[in-house]
Each structure stands twice: as structure tokens, then as C-alpha cells.
Ligand binder design. Sequence first.
Ligand code: HEC
Ligand code: HEC
Ligand code: HEC
Length: 164
Amino acid sequence: MAKWISRTLFLASFLFCSLLVSYLPTAYTQQKMQQESAPRQEQAIPLQILPKDNAGNVDWVKSLRQGLIKPKDSLDPSKPITPVIDLDIVFKVKGDLPDVVYPHYPHTQWLSCSNCHPKIFIMQAGANKVTMKKIEEGQFCGRCHGVVAFPLSNCTRCHSKPKR
Ligand code: HEC
Ligand code: HEC
Ligand code: HEC
């Protein structure tokens, strides 16, 4: 009887050991792969995979919307999270050219209110005497567009609201 029990015990422990031996290498490689892939998330995203706008430049707003990029609110993690507002401002343009739509939503996903208010734009619709010439000289929208945001040559991304 005792012999029978010890045989079963021996068999069971043999099985356990062989299972462990076959599992350990997989567990090890899995852990190693996780370790190796972790810093990869911090690496730059290849520009080729990001969506492009009508002029062939990277469409950063679409990239953000599709979740391909996730800009940090601030380089300083102790700073409070910047609010987002969904408010479109239409600049009526004389003539046939489409009106300009300034969308707060995508801007406030990157920027805080104080990046524009009150130094670049007084916080009131129509209060800023914006002209294309001033923009080209680097004022108003031209503080960023053509510098760090899509270029002024892409007229229709700003002049996006046809007259009828
Ligand atoms: C990239 C620049 C920019 C940023 C950032 C920005 N705004 Fe504005 N804001 C504008 C422009 C342009 C106007 C329109 C000015 C004009 O018509 O002369 C405006 C107008 C406004 C107005 C006036 C609306 C009206 O009907 O009179 C309010 C209110 C406002 N912004 C609030 C905010 C708040 C709150 C934030 C931050 C969450 C913010 N803005 C961030 C550019 C910006
Ligand atoms: C403080 C910087 C700044 C100012 C001032 C600014 N923008 Fe932008 N704008 C950006 C950034 C950053 C983006 C996102 C990056 C990009 O698209 O190149 C952007 C994106 C946009 C987009 C694309 C939105 C979308 O949904 O694709 C439009 C349209 C636009 N801006 C219009 C304007 C107009 C019109 C003005 C002036 C009334 C203006 N911006 C002033 C920084 C600015
Ligand atoms: C970054 C956004 C942006 C881009 C890009 C842009 N515009 Fe404008 N444009 C504006 C704004 C804002 C106004 C002011 C609207 C108003 O008159 O109140 C304006 C006004 C104008 C006007 C009206 C007259 C004037 O001088 O103010 C003309 C014409 C014009 N743009 C032509 C163009 C052409 C052509 C292009 C492309 C080569 C272009 N714009 C690209 C934002 C833009």
C-alpha cells in the first residue's frame, strides 16, 4: 500500500517538474519582451504612419483625434491640466473667398488659454483687427501658423467656410 502511494507521489512530482521546466523559458522570454518593448513606447512615432492634410503635411489634429499621438499638457507634471473649450469663431471675409473658421477645440487640446489671451487675441469676438497682411507679418494666427503650425500657403484649412 505505502509503495503504491510513494509511486503516485513520485509520478505527480515528476509531472509537476517537467511542466515547470517547459513553462519557465516561455515566462522568461515573455518578461524579457515586455521589458524590451516598454521604452519603445517613449520613442518618436515615424511620421510616415501619421495622416496627412490636403497639402501633404502631417495633420496633427487628425493624428490626435485618431489617438496616434498624445501630447503632454505640460513638461512640468505639477502644472494643472489645461481646459478645453468647443467654441468656433467665424471671421467673415469680404469677397468670394470662404470665411475663416477659428476652432477653439483643437487649439485648446494643445495650448492653454493664456497662450493666446489676452496678448495675441483680446477675448472677444470681433475685437481684434485681424488682416491677412498682419498674419503674414507674423501677428495673430501668424504667431504660430507658418512657424510651428501648418503653413499660411494652405489657405483652405483656415478659409474653410464657403459663402453659401
Ligand atoms: C490659439 C489661440 C487661442 C487659444 C489658445 C484660445 N483662444 Fe479664445 N479666442 C481666440 C480667437 C482668435 C478668438 C476670436 C477673436 C476675435 O474674433 O477677434 C477668441 C475668442 C474667445 C472668446 C470670445 C467669444 C465671443 O463670442 O466673444 C472667449 C470667451 C474665448 N476665446 C475663450 C477662450 C478660453 C476659455 C480659452 C482656453 C480654454 C481660449 N479662449 C483659448 C483664440 C484663442
Ligand atoms: C498660439 C499658437 C496658434 C495660434 C495663435 C493659432 N493657431 Fe491654429 N493651430 C495651432 C496649432 C499648434 C495647431 C495644430 C497643429 C497643426 O494643425 O499644424 C493649429 C491648428 C489649426 C487648425 C486645424 C484644425 C483642424 O481641426 O484640423 C485651424 C483651422 C487653425 N489652426 C486655424 C487658426 C486660425 C484661423 C488662427 C487665427 C485666428 C489660428 N489658428 C491661430 C496653433 C495656433
Ligand atoms: C492660419 C489661418 C489662415 C490661413 C492659412 C490663410 N488665411 Fe487668409 N485670413 C485669415 C484670417 C483670420 C483673416 C481675417 C478675416 C477678416 O477679415 O476678419 C483672413 C483674411 C483674408 C483675406 C481678406 C482680406 C484681408 O487681407 O484681410 C484674404 C483675401 C485672405 N485671407 C486670403 C488668403 C489666402 C489667399 C491664403 C492662402 C495663400 C490665406 N488667406 C491663408 C486666416 C488665414
